[in-house]
Design a protein around this ligand. Sequence first.
Ligand code: CP
Ligand code: NVA
Length: 306
Amino acid sequence: MMQHLLTLRDLTPSQVNEILIHATELKARLRAGDRAPLLPGRVLTQVFEKPSLRTRVSFESAIGQLGGYGIFLTGKEAGLEGRESNADVARVLGGYSDVIALRTFSQELIELFAAESGCHVINALSDASHPCQALTDILTMREAFGDVTGRTLTYVGDGNNVAVSLATICAQLDITFVIASPDGYQLDESLLEDLRREYPGARLSQSADPHAAVKEADVIYTDVWASMGQESEKSAREKIFADYQCNAALMSSAPKQAKFLHCLPARRGLEVTDEVIDGPQSLAFPQAENRMHLAKGVLAWLLDAS
Ligand code: CP
Ligand code: NVA
C-alpha cells in the first residue's frame, strides 16, 4: 500500500520515530558537508491553497538538496477552484510526481488526493492538523533535551490545527501535553478521549489558566490566535486571548530552564512578546530551520531512499 503522511494518527509511534531518525541523520550529514543526492530525479509537487513561507521553502530546499525537483502551484493554478474536478487534478499531478504536498482548508481534499493520485501525499497543513510541524517540534525538543520521554509540553493559546498535531504526537511519544485556552477555544474533549484510548498511558489535559498550565513545563509553545481563514475573527480573538500572551510574566511562572517554541509566523505583541521570542529561552528560529531537516526526513522515509 502506498505510504502517505495525511495525519499523525495514520503513523505508528515507531514510524514517527523512523521519520525523526531520518531527519536527524540527514541534518548531521548536511552539517558534515555530505549532500548525497539520495532522491535523484524525484519530483515533489506542492499545491497550496493558503500562504506559506516555511513549509513551501523548506520542502523545496529539501527535495533540491536530495537531488530531486520541486514544483509549486497555488490551488488556483492547479485548477482546484473549479477548472476541472479535484479528482482529475489529483490523477494528472500523480502522473508527473513522486510526492504531492498539499496545503488546504479541508482535510478531505488531502484524503481525495491520497486516494486518486497514485503517488505519496503529504499534509502540508489543513484546518484539521499540521503533522510536519509537530514532527519538527519533537526534533527540536530532542536536540534540546535528548530523550523527550516524560517531558512536558505546555501549549498556550488556540486549540487549532497545530495544537491537534502536538497533542497527538505527545500522546504517541509519551510526552505530557497540557493546553491552556479560553473557553470555546479548547481542543475537543472527544479528541483527547480518542487519543487516550488509542495510546494508553497518554497524559493530556486542558485548563483555562495559563500560569498554572506552565508550572511544570519543559516547553512552552504558542501559535497565532487567528489561523489562516479566520482573519475576520482577528480583532474579537485579540480580546478573548489577551490573558494568554506568552510574555515575561508567563515565563516567570514556568521553570527557569523551560524552552519556548513557536511554529511561526508570529504576531509579535499579540500571542508572544519580543522579549520572549527573541529571548534566551526561545528556540523558535532553530525550530524553523528544522522544518527543512524534517522535510528531508519525511521525503527520504516516504520514498524509502536510505
Ligand atoms: N509554520 C509554518 O507552517 O509556516 P508557514 O505557514 O510559513 O509554512
Ligand atoms: N494555526 C496556524 C498555523 C500556521 C503555520 C494557521 O493555520 O494559520
